[in-house]
Structure formats: C-alpha cells, structure tokens
Design a protein around this ligand. Structure first.
Ligand SMILES: [Zn+2]
Length: 350
C-alpha cells in the first residue's frame, strides 16, 4: 500500500491537516457542507448577537455504553459549531459567542463543564469521567452528541491480546526511499518487533502478523486479530508521498465513522507526537484516503489503528526513523496510549 498524505480540501467534512488531536467539522442534512476550518474562531467569525443564549446541555438517552445529549444552538451558529478533542478525556464545543446557560444538574459521564467566552467565540470544555469516543451531528439547529465508552475489560494492559501488524512484506516492499536502498517493509518489521517487545514487557499477550520478511494478504492480517479475539489491532507503516522532502511527520489513522477507533488513534498519536521528534500531523480518518477506508481497519472487529511513522522519502524523517531511539520512543508511546485508552494507571489525568 502506498499512502499519499495530500489533503483534499474539497472533501465534505474534511479534517484540517494542521490540526493535531483530531478536530472535525459538524455537518448534518440541514446544514451546508462546511469547508474545513481549523479552530479557534478567526476574525471572520460574526460578532456576538446580543441576547442569544446557549444551553443547558440536556441528557436525552443513557445506556451502559453510550450517553447522548442535546444542545440547542443560537440561530445562525449551526454551520460554525465544531467539536474537538483537547485530550483523551476532554472535549470542546466551539460556537460563535453567546451567553452560556449551565446545566441544572450533574450530567452523566461528564465530570465538569468549563466555558470560556472571548467575545467572538464560546468554548465549552467537557471534562469526561474517562477517555470516551464521540459522535455528533447538527440537525435543525440542535447539536446532538453521544459519548461512547470503550470496552476495556479490567482496564489493564497486562493480559490483553494485542495484534501488531508490520505492514507489507515479501514481494510487497511498500514504499521505497529515494535510490531504493531502504524498503518500508523492513522499517515496519523493525518497529513492530520493538512495539511487541515493549508490550510484552507490560504483560500484554502480543501476536505479530509477521515476524519475518513474508507476504500476507491484507484481510488475513485483520483475521489473525479477529480469530484471536484480540483487544487491539495496530498496523505499522511508514508514509510516502509524490514529492520527496515535501512532508514530514507522524499520523495515526482510524477507520471512518468509528468513534472508538478515533479515540484509540487520539490516545496513541498524542503520545507519539509528544516524544517521537517528528512533527505531529494528527489523527486522520481512513475515509479521507479511500472511500471505503483501509482494508485492515475495515475488517478488524476490535479497536484498530494504522500508524504512519514519518515519511520514507523525507531525508530528515528517514534518518530519524532508522534510529533505535525513534523505535524505542514510538513503542513506548504506543504502550502509554493504550494505557490511557484503558484507564490503566494515572496517565489520563495529566
Ligand atoms: Zn505502508
């Protein structure tokens, strides 16, 4: 697979390429498709309309896995509403400035709500009881959002089955560095082995889809995880694009329309971005690359992510990717990201 990371800004609901941490636009059937615009609000945001109030957030449905809420938006603000993740357990709704009406009672799954009104924009930060996925839509002037609890069993990484998938292999070299001397399949395997070693040290039960230079069909990679009833599927790749030395950095992909996959991607990329030494290009939906997403993420039945760890055709990235230090830091970031997702330890409280 050759992944090209050029943002197509005409894609409906496109993720801003410069927004690490996974900001996305809300759009619904009654709203025009919004061009991706990175928050926070820019000077083009209309001035506040005097007297407009927003709130309270109203809980509308509750189940063991999901909590749903409604927030009626001020007139004219639907197309400007965004929701983004500030941290695994912290979300923010951004709206044109309005007067905030706080909830009357405690909200399920939400520990606290903080607002910040700078005169042009209102930011409503939701501090969650734990890292959760989120789905949202704006319909008829109402923001409906659902918080989704991941299934985490005992909340410990130790004992979890984790499938680590070194991308490509055998006759499929993956991307090649300029000159052809370095092959993506070899970089992927070295990284996958380091991730496996560090996960094993944490007590996880690691399955490698390949531990040597062999070819595996895409579907078989996910089926290995499905047959093992794995808790996580992590596919390891190195990126490439058309123009050498034009892009640099790391990205974590999740399957489209999968709030739990997106949460896992956010947890892991947050750690990789903080430690890898390469630019943080954020998390991306695989639907931005292919309409049906990536096969390995589509077939995997558990939370699944695909790591793109630097660009093989960027000289700085390639030097960094080939170091032990990079492999150790990325592997340790994967461990930490999984722990944050699981609520294993105090990591999510940072
Ligand atoms: Zn690849």
């Amino acid at each position: 697979m050759r992944l090209v990371l050029e943002t197509d800004r005409t894609v409906k609901g496109g993720l801003p390429e410069t927004a690490p941490g996974g900001a996305w636009m809300l759009s619904g059937p009654e709203e025009p498709a919004a061009e991706p615009t990175p928050p926070p609000a820019n000077p083009e945001t209309p001035p506040p309309v005097a007297g407009h109030k927003v709130g309270p957030i109203v809980p509308i449905r509750s189940s063991p896995r999901e909590e749903s809420f409604e927030l009626r938006l001020p007139p004219g603000s639907s197309a400007k509403a965004t929701i983004e993740r500030l941290a695994p357990d912290r979300l923010a709704i951004r709206l044109p400035a309005a007067q905030w009406v706080p909830p009357e009672a405690a909200l399920p799954a939400i520990r606290s709500v903080e607002t910040e009104n700078d005169g042009t924009a209102l930011r409503i930060a939701l501090n969650l009881e734990r890292p959760m996925g989120v789905r949202s839509v704006v319909e008829g002037g109402v923001l409906r959002f659902t918080l989704v609890r991941p299934e985490v069993g005992d909340g410990k990484l130790a004992g979890k089955v984790v499938v680590v998938d070194a991308g490509h292999g055998g006759q499929d070299s993956g991307a090649k560095a300029p000159g052809g001397g370095v092959l993506e399949k070899d970089l992927n395997l070295a990284m996958a082995l380091e991730i496996a070693e560090q996960l094993t040290r944490q007590g996880a039960d690691v399955i490698l889809t390949r531990a040597s230079d062999v070819f595996l069909p895409l579907r078989e990679r996910s089926e290995i995880a499905n047959r093992a009833n794995a808790s996580f599927f992590i596919s390891v790749h190195v990126n490439s694009n058309r123009v050498a030395n034009s892009r640099s950095g790391t990205t974590v992909f999740h399957h489209k329309d999968d709030p739990i996959g997106q949460l896992l991607a956010d947890c892991i990329q947050r750690e990789i971005g903080a430690t890898s030494g390469l630019p943080n290009l954020g998390t991306w939906s695989d639907g931005k690359i292919y309409a049906s997403g990536f096969a390995v993420l589509r077939y995997a039945k558990m939370p699944a992510v695909l790591l793109e760890l630097g660009f093989i055709n960027h000289a700085t990235d390639l030097r960094r990717i080939r170091t032990d230090d990079f492999r150790k830091r990325v592997a340790s970031a994967v461990v930490e990201g999984l722990k944050v997702f699981l609520g294993d330890g105090q990591n999510q409280a940072r």
